[in-house]
Ligand binder design. Sequence first.
Ligand code: URA
Ligand code: CA
Length: 434
Amino acid sequence: MRMYDLIYKKREGEELTTEEINYLVKGYTSGDIPDYQMSAWNMAVFFQGMNARETADLTTAMAESGEQIDLSDIGGIKVDKHSTGGVGDTTTLVLAPLVSSTGVPVAKMSGRGLGHTGGTIDKLESIPGYNVKVGMEDFIKQVNEIGVAVVGQTGNLTPADKKIYALRDVTATVKSIPLIASSIMSKKTAGGADGIVLDVKTGKGSFTPTLKESKNLASSMVEIGKEIGRQTIAVITDMNQPLGKAVGNALEVKEAVETLRGNGLEDMEKLCLTLGANMLIIADRVNDFEEGYELLKDKLDSGEALQQFKKLIKAQGGNSQIVEDLSVLPDADYKIDVVSDKSGYISGIDALEVGLTAMSVGAGRSTKEDEIDSAVGVVLSKKHGDYVNEGETLAVLHLNDKSAEEKAVNRLKDAFVIINKEPEKSTLIYDTIK
Ligand code: URA
Ligand code: CA
């Protein structure tokens, strides 16, 4: 087999066989196939696409390129959840305790943030003492004992994806549906999940800004799930404004606790219940969506989900007092009101800009080596559809480095679109594909 022929075939829009896809993933991972040939192949895929079978084969080949997590020592159906990346997306912190409070095991490996989106692991590390570096044996033991663990990724998972993604990043081939879909699904597969709930974000601040692209991506991943025998449900959700009100690490932990207390913003709570209900369907815990939604709502209202969060924090060495007393969490020195220059209705909040602003004051990293400031970020005072008076607060910037203030305040102000007429109500859940 020659890589040249596989590039040629794909360029002509032909279908590659399973053996051919295995050959190119193995060859590229080992270094036998050079970057320039893989780049050319990625570009051919970008223009010609791949069918469901090819995409599933690429997923499997990448999943098998490195270590694969074996969760079979945990009883029951293990369902993972993945978001294609949003701003202020605190759902995992709520979902892990919430879903596990129904008796469904949650063995979650999460990532760190890079770029304008935050990462669950960075958020959890803002809880004093919380340990994200848990070995495989202890990880499984903890899930068997208390039903939940949320840890950082261990081991060498999907090296093929890492290498291909880095190449796509610099060759303008990131935004290809089969390449994104296989990249995400390969990581979930290697992570050992039996089933997967995907939160496919749509709108500015997401990977797929249009609804059409988001639906294509969602369908592609659900198809892969079918091909490889892992039940997958994709929910397409709004990213035309940040989720909830908090963006920033400790601020989002606070928001998660408030949501678990039943005091979360409507969009935040609804999204958690929706994703969670779909997880319960895959886990065979409930018969339908409504039953799952109601069960989870009960677990919120009864405080059981909050108690489960406390158990999780304690098991991983964190100060679980935060569940009762949020002042235990890091707090920024300065809280600066970002006020509106005019009166009107909020018709949009640029999630990408809010994410980038939070990052610019220290909530995220621009390189892997950057240190994060857990305390800083943004708390929105207004959301889509709200009315604001001139001089009224739009958002509060939580800051430690005063020199970053002026730029960040202006940026946040500009992220709000304010119009005279009351806008249409925003949609949170656009579609569910299964
Ligand atoms: N997220 C991924 O993990 N992979 C992609 O290709 C795009 C987004
Ligand atoms: Ca949030």
